[in-house]
Design a binder for this molecule. Structure first.
Ligand SMILES: [Zn+2]
Length: 426
């Protein structure tokens, strides 16, 4: 699994001559990107017409590639490698514009864009002087050597691996220069014998996602609730709107509101999944644990609540987004059987009574919980149970409650101070 890490550096006190060269480079690079964007726009029109089966491919005709390249070398005093990365950047911008129907304006950059460097036009050096780390950067007028500063962690990482970077972005913002160095690392997703932090994610109506982070002993380290109030209100309004349109038989408009609603939900799911993965990323060797929503056909074990989640696609999409974002950060994801996670007391395993949508009270020890919080916490408890039976692997996904591991209802786990009660389906 490839993971991308960005290390941020500040370029410290470049003298006037160096600052001027870098400034000119940033300006010319932006113009070069715009130049390519406009040539792509002109060329792609007839290209798409001639090759309808291959719409998404942006290709210039061979004679044009050379001509546009030569022209841009002539117009801008940029090194060849920078003209090429400007061209690549322009192509990416064009593609994302074309693939997104909501983009009304053709991309054009009025303010600065990040100048994309690779190893041909950028290198790093260490020194014993006042500044320990230097970058050697190509500009429109020769190379400049500039000192870099950053936090200790970024400095030592770059010093250890000065040739290992994938690319770097030179950024000009508020009169200062910055260099973001990008490393692409081959990283393994954490295996279950390394799990240290357990991020339980429950999904529901009141709170779209409830996140509870626990350590191996079951201590709660952090929790966060993502309210679903706004989404409910939005969906209610979309439903009403559609009712009216249906009566008037305005099918085109009806489809349009459906698309608008799914765009809204998709955008929300992207934001929430990002935040959930960011929480997990704060802790070492974390695993995100969610309920298994798909493929469970064992209705006797399913609560109304779960069936409702199963048939509501936003939850499936949210899980999907969380999974791929987590894997991009090498964070493991596990799914557990969904039944009864909000119906068992976290402390004494007693039966829970739901006093209201949000409040849940244990009938044995009288402890009171937020129902979603309890769900998220118990989802992790269930994974503890699987793991103590050596069933914490990514391939273990019980389809039915009856396939849950059998055994005692409590089990010591990991470095437990004492006792971590397991959660059983029956
Ligand atoms: Zn209790």
């Amino acid at each position: 699994m490839k993971s991308i890490k960005t290390y941020k550096f500040k370029i410290k006190e470049p003298n006037q001559g160096k600052a001027y060269k870098m400034n000119q480079t940033v300006r010319q690079y932006r113009r070069c990107v715009n130049f390519y964007l406009h040539r792509i726009q002109e060329n792609s029109v007839w290209h798409i017409k001639e090759k309808e089966d291959d719409e998404d491919k942006i290709k210039f005709y061979k004679e044009d590639i050379k001509e546009i390249y030569n022209k841009s070398r002539e117009l801008f005093d940029l090194p060849a490698a920078l003209v090429q990365t400007a061209r690549d950047f322009a192509k990416e911008q064009f593609k994302s514009w074309k693939n997104n129907e909501d983009n009304r304006w053709y991309p054009h950059f009025d303010s600065f864009v990040a100048v994309r460097y690779d190893k041909r036009v950028l290198s790093f050096k260490q020194s014993d002087g006042h500044f320990k780390l230097w970058a050697n950067i190509a500009t429109n007028n020769g190379r400049v050597k500039v000192p870099l500063t950053s936090c200790e962690g970024y400095m030592s990482t770059l010093k250890k691996n000065m040739d290992g970077f994938q690319s770097a972005h030179l950024i000009f913002r508020d009169g200062k220069f910055y260099l973001n160095v990008i490393f692409e690392e081959e990283k393994e997703i954490t295996k279950e014998d390394k799990f240290e932090h357990f991020v339980g994610v429950d999904m529901g109506i009141k709170n779209i996602a409830t996140v509870v982070v626990q350590d191996r002993e079951g201590n709660v380290l952090e929790s966060e609730l993502f309210s679903g109030g706004k989404l409910q209100e939005k969906r209610r309004r979309f439903r009403e709107l559609r009712k009216g349109l249906g009566k008037k038989k305005l099918w085109g408009k009806l489809k349009e509101t459906r698309d608008r609603e799914s765009n809204y939900i998709e955008d929300m799911n992207h934001k929430i999944s990002r935040k959930v993965v960011d929480i997990a990323d704060k802790y070492d060797n974390s695993v995100i644990v969610m309920e298994k929503l798909d493929g469970i056909r064992d209705n006797t074990n399913n609560s109304k609540q779960h069936n409702w989640k199963l048939h509501n696609w936003p939850f499936g999409q949210l899980q999907e987004f969380i999974t791929y974002k987590a894997h991009n950060s090498s964070i493991a994801v596990r799914r557990v059987h969904p039944a009864y996670t909000s119906q068992v007391c976290r402390d004494c395993l007693g039966k829970i009574e739901r006093v209201s949508q949000a409040r849940a009270v244990c009938q044995s020890c009288k402890k009171e919980y937020n129902a979603d919080w309890l769900g998220a916490s118990n989802i992790v408890r269930r994974l503890f149970g699987y793991m103590s039976d050596d069933l914490g692997g990514s391939d273990y996904c019980p389809e039915h409650g009856s396939q849950e591991p059998k055994g005692v209802t409590g089990s010591a786990f990991g470095l437990t101070k004492g006792f971590v009660a397991q959660l059983r389906v029956s």
